[in-house]
Design a protein around this ligand. Structure first.
Ligand code: HEC
Length: 109
């Protein structure tokens, strides 16, 4: 006789999925607020959160100096197809280096 017992993994997976679906709206509201306010922050909020949250920027802040941010922004444009012009990229790199650049984080204990 075949057993028709439900697989025990189904419930936790469904609960995780429900949690995952429930989280994004709350994060979306905080996106602009989480960025340090400085010239360029509106541009970053407009261009860099189409695909992911600003957490990606904050997670990389302690380890990336200006060259690192330049490479990241270029990667977002070339590899990820982010719709960002060269002028906007320059402003964004300036902002990221100023607010989230590694040397500043180290110099400000
Ligand atoms: C078109 C979609 C898109 C846009 C717009 C975009 N990103 Fe990303 N970004 C991604 C994806 C996808 C990843 C994950 C890449 C990976 O895992 O390799 C990512 C990863 C990152 C990371 C993690 C480090 C890395 O290199 O993977 C950082 C930091 C980041 N993005 C910053 C930015 C910044 C700053 C902007 C605005 C200039 C931006 N992103 C705009 C798609 C985008």
């Amino acid at each position: 006789m075949k057993s028709v017992v439900a697989r025990p993994l189904r419930l936790p997976a469904a609960a995780l999925l429900a949690l995952w679906i429930a989280l994004p709206p709350a994060q979306a509201d905080e996106t602009a607020l989480q960025l340090a306010l400085a010239p360029g922050s509106e541009l970053v909020a407009a261009r860099c959160v189409i695909c992911h949250s600003v957490d990606y920027i904050q997670m990389n802040a302690p380890i990336q100096a200006r060259a690192g941010w330049e490479a990241t922004v270029n990667k977002m444009i070339k590899v990820m197809q982010a719709p960002i012009t060269a002028e906007e990229a320059a402003i964004i790199v300036q902002y990221l280096d100023g607010e989230y650049g590694a040397p500043k984080a180290v110099a400000n204990p």
